[in-house]
Design a protein around this ligand. Structure first.
Ligand code: HEC
Length: 122
């Protein structure tokens, strides 16, 4: 159960949550189309090109310069921290070799959101 659902239980009791929780889940669910778009951008050699350096499930000819991108939701419970890593890896590691996709406008803000949603789903 996520934080919102726990809060709702506290406020409304279990019966109230049973009514409202599906709506909360629906609000948070990311559509399969959106995940596909994010995946396409991440895998595209002229866009994210993440596979040059990272192993990602389903990717071909993956590199191992960066760590494999697995169990991302567990390792990045905060989506914003993951987005920041993709937007500009130098915020966390000034010596990083990972391209700053947002800062250098390699990807648009919307594209970064799509890639973040996809990576967060791994
Ligand atoms: C030129 C190589 C390179 C490319 C391309 C690259 N990365 Fe990275 N990435 C790295 C390296 C190296 C690290 C290790 C941490 C560091 O050095 O900052 C890293 C770290 C990460 C991390 C943190 C991993 C962890 O275990 O905490 C994420 C998330 C990430 N990259 C996502 C991406 C995504 C998404 C893309 C494509 C849009 C991408 N990277 C493209 C090299 C790359």
């Amino acid at each position: 159960m996520d934080k919102k659902a726990i809060l709702l239980t506290a406020l409304l009791g279990a019966a109230g949550t049973a009514l409202i929780a599906p709506a909360v889940v629906a609000e948070q669910a990311i559509s399969p189309e959106r995940l596909e778009q994010g995946k396409a951008l991440a895998f595209d050699r002229f866009k994210g090109n993440c596979l040059a350096c990272h192993w990602i499930e389903g990717g071909e000819l993956t590199g191992n310069y960066g760590p494999p991108l697995v169990a991302m939701k567990i390792r990045y419970p905060d989506r914003e921290a993951l987005r920041e890593q993709i937007w500009d890896a130098a915020i966390k590691n000034p010596h990083t070799r990972m391209p700053p996709f947002g800062r250098n406008r390699i990807l648009t803000e919307e594209e970064i959101d799509l890639v973040t949603d996809f990576i967060h789903s791994l």
